[in-house]
Structures are given as structure tokens and as C-alpha cells.
Design a protein around this ligand. Structure first.
Ligand code: 4NP
Length: 158
């Protein structure tokens, strides 16, 4: 099972999602069965580590984002290489879907928030121009969705 988390810049929401997901799959000892990555629909931050504010908020909850580096979504490889492509907001969702070349590609793309159980939301809001509360809300939504995502994956692993 290969999961790709997608946001706009790949420096806030999708690396935080990947950091949370990575820790949960390590706790469940699923790290040999589940591969993960993250990327952005925009390439402006390519090669950069996650935003310092996101890294700090994640670290406070026990997630290490320091080894992640931003990269843009690559339609020529990512549709083929991943089983599940989880987008953070409506704009990421439509941008990724627009790059799909087949029904199979389209079927892999799903809003991350469709996994949330506690939070009744349709998007993980972009925190880039927000304050501390914006980053905390991102963490809350991502932890909720990642916990359910693990259950979803566990049901589908051979
Ligand atoms: P992300 O947040 O999509 O969650 O990584 C953003 C990061 C950078 C920008 C926008 C959103 N930006 O405009 O540079």
C-alpha cells in the first residue's frame, strides 16, 4: 500500500500529515507494508524543509518532520507509483484530478478529510497566513484523519 499526501506548497499540511502517518504506522509495525510520501501541486518550495511553524507544532505532539524536503507532484510517476493520493483542500483535489490520464488515476484521488471522524470538515485549511491556532487546527484534523486512515489500510492489507 502506497499513500501520497498532497497540499499546495508541501511545506505545511502534507509533510505534517506524512509525519503523523509515519509515526502511527511505526507504532502499528506496518512500516514494512506501507510506503508514504508527500508533495505539493506547486513547486516554489522544492528542496526546502517544512515550514518552521509547522515543524514546531508537530514536534510538540511528538512528530519529527525534519527529514522531509518539498517536491512538486509529478503526474508522470505519482499516479502510477501510489495507490491512494490524498489531497488537503478542494484546490489540490481539482488540480491533481486535472492531471489524471485515466479512470484508474482518478479513482486514486480522494480528499484527506473524507477519513476524518471527529472533525466534520471538507478541507484541511491552508495555515500559511494563519496564526498558532491555524496550525493547531491543522494538527487536530490531520491526527483525526490519519487514525482513521490507518484503520482503513489495516482492513485492506493482505
Ligand atoms: P501547504 O501551505 O500547502 O500546506 O504547504 C502553503 C505553503 C506555502 C504557500 C502556500 C501554502 N505559499 O504560498 O508559498
Amino acid at each position: 500500500m502506497k499513500v501520497l499526501f498532497v497540499c499546495l506548497g508541501n511545506i505545511c499540511r502534507s509533510p505534517a500529515a506524512e509525519g503523523i502517518f509515519r509515526k502511527l504506522i511505526q507504532n502499528e509495525e506496518l512500516h514494512t507494508k506501507v510506503f508514504h510520501d508527500s508533495c505539493g501541486t506547486g513547486g516554489w518550495h522544492e528542496g526546502e524543509p517544512p515550514d518552521g511553524r509547522m515543524t514546531a507544532h508537530a514536534r510538540e505532539r511528538g512528530y519529527d518532520l525534519s527529514d522531509f524536503r518539498a517536491r512538486p507532484f509529478d503526474p508522470s510517476k505519482d499516479f502510477e507509483n501510489f495507490d491512494l493520493i490524498l489531497t488537503m483542500d478542494g484546490s489540490n483535489f481539482s488540480n491533481v484530478k486535472r492531471m489524471a490520464k485515466s479512470e484508474d488515476d482518478l479513482n486514486k484521488v480522494r480528499p484527506f478529510t473524507s477519513f476524518c471522524k471527529i472533525h466534520d470538515v471538507t478541507e484541511v485549511p491552508d495555515p500559511y497566513y494563519k496564526d498558532e491556532l491555524g496550525f493547531e487546527l491543522v494538527m487536530d484534523i490531520l491526527e483525526d484523519g490519519c487514525e482513521q486512515l490507518i484503520l482503513h489500510i489495516k482492513e485492506r492489507l493482505p
